[in-house]
Design a protein around this ligand. Structure first.
Ligand code: 5AD
Ligand code: SF4
Length: 447
């Protein structure tokens, strides 16, 4: 029996793909192992979103040459966004790599492995598009929180972003297939779903446009949430990432009213300045973004928001950056990923704009926003003291096994003393006694 090991870089979509691939390989008789050195087959699931992510993976795959010199039968495969983007170049420049498979080619990985093992051939499977991709729906057993991919690809073409090139056009799974997957997960003990899609609020949009049924009131994503809210055993539903352009009133109604949908939303803003938003091709103004946040808060006032921000995009002035800072103050995010703009070849920004904000200035802007974020998170956490919140119990804390941990419905890590009678997977109320920047400390509410 051959052992495999998958190393995953990048986003949750990649994590989910790695999980589904691991299940497929196990079904074909391969065995997953915990370390590279035990593996007969090494798979790198790569990310291209920023230059650093690609360099990290290339550095790591480069180092694998030594392992392969020691064990020539070792099979090395590269999958994911970087494989899609640079597939043939990877094969040409890294002789230790046996195969590359693009983002629509997951189901072909077992064939590529078999070919490398039996014929010692090197191959590339990079074809994308309709008809090529088959969704894999395997999950590792017994997960309290499970990721479910609902759509793939992106048709937005934000000017800085490689995703539309690496992941191809938007394609959504049928509602029934997703509900079926959720029911199977619930039967296996899953309590929380994390729905995934690069542009998740465009769920079903490409298909509706093709059928001529798309209108501004359309939100198949809201319909999907309504259907998943009915699945017995599933207690919580989260999703990532929506795009403001598709957050219409039907969406707002669903996410604020459905009881199982957690009232904390990741809504990427990228910039708070209208000229920059236009250059980024985001299709909304700062006011429109804030209006959607307000529409959600009007119906569910306790909602927490998180976001993605890019600082130092081409030609962004200090004043324009301050507009982003102002949006951060207005929303009071509870979490944010703040990125320094990284030029990616092949994108519209790389071809038509100049990456002219100096690295030191990008760094400074990043620091300013991190400071703002820390203050706003500390404020939120302090406000939680004295409140009682529902916590999905995850078990011993990885840092201190005497303590247990779980997440609140608003995605806050809550730590508490291990208490007899508490079980992993229980949903129990905790009273928050104190808070730090990273966590809340609570006691079980016995009432
Ligand atoms: N440079 C910096 N950040 C980027 N992102 C996407 N492309 C780039 C880039 N070229 C960020 C965006 C996106 C998140 C996943 O990564 O903020 O929402
Ligand atoms: Fe990239 Fe924009 Fe699509 Fe998000 S919406 S994946 S940032 S192109």
């Amino acid at each position: 029996m051959l052992n495999f090991y998958i190393k995953t870089y990048g986003c949750q979509m990649n994590e989910r793909d790695s999980e589904a691939l691991a299940c497929l390989l196990e079904a074909r008789g391969y065995r997953e192992v915990e370390t590279e050195t035990e593996a007969d087959i090494l798979i790198f699931n790569t990310c291209s979103v920023r230059d650093q992510a690609e360099r990290k993976a290339i550095g790591k795959i480069g180092m694998m040459k030594m392992l392969k010199d020691e064990k020539p039968s070792l099979v090395i495969g590269v999958i994911g966004c970087m494989a899609q983007r640079l597939g043939s170049q990877i094969l040409a420049e890294l002789p230790q790599v046996d195969f590359v498979a693009g983002t629509d080619q997951l189901q072909n990985v077992p064939n590529l492995i078999a070919e490398a093992v039996t014929r010692h051939g090197r191959s590339a499977a990079l074809e994308m598009g309709p008809g090529v991709f088959r969704e894999l729906d395997g999950h590792r057993p017994g997960q309290l929180i499970a990721e479910v991919s609902v759509m793939r690809g992106c048709d937005q073409f934000c000017t800085y972003c490689v995703v539309p090139y690496c992941r191809g056009r938007e394609k959504s799974r049928p509602i029934e297939a997703i509900v079926d997957e959720a029911e199977r997960l619930a039967a296996g003990g899953t309590k929380e779903l994390l729905l995934l899609g690069q542009n998740i609020t465009a769920y079903g949009v490409a298909e509706a446009r093709k059928a001529g049924t798309y209108t501004p009131e359309f939100s198949a994503f809201a319909d999907l949430l309504v259907a998943l809210n009915e699945v017995k055993g599933i207690e919580r539903i989260r999703f990532t990432s929506p795009h403001v352009r598709f957050m219409n009133d039907k969406f707002v109604e669903a996410v604020t009213q459905l009881p199982k949908v957690c009232k904390c939303f990741h809504v990427p803003v990228q910039s708070g300045n209208d000229r920059i938003l236009k250059l980024m091709h985001r299709n909304y103004t700062a006011k429109e973004y804030l209006d959607r946040i307000d529409a959600i808060r009007a119906k569910a006032p306790e909602t927490l928001f998180s976001t993605d921000i890019i600082v130092g995009f081409c030609s962004e002035t200090r004043q324009e950056f301050e507009d982003t800072h102002e949006v951060m103050r207005r929303v009071g995010y509870d979490m944010a990923y703040i990125f320094r703009y990284s030029q990616r070849s092949g994108t519209k920004a790389a071809e038509t704009l100049t990456d002219d904000v100096p690295e030191a200035e990008k760094h400074e802007r990043n620091q300013i926003l991190l400071q703002e974020l820390n203050e706003s998170v500390a404020r939120h956490n302090a406000q939680m003291i004295g409140q009682t919140v529902p916590v999905l119990i995850e078990g011993p804390s990885p840092r201190n096994p005497k303590r247990w941990c779980g997440r609140s419905d608003r995605n806050k890590m809550v730590l508490f003393d291990a208490t007899p009678g508490l079980k992993v997977g229980d949903l129990r109320n905790f009273r928050i006694e104190r808070s730090t920047e990273n966590a809340l400390y609570g006691t079980l509410d016995k009432s």
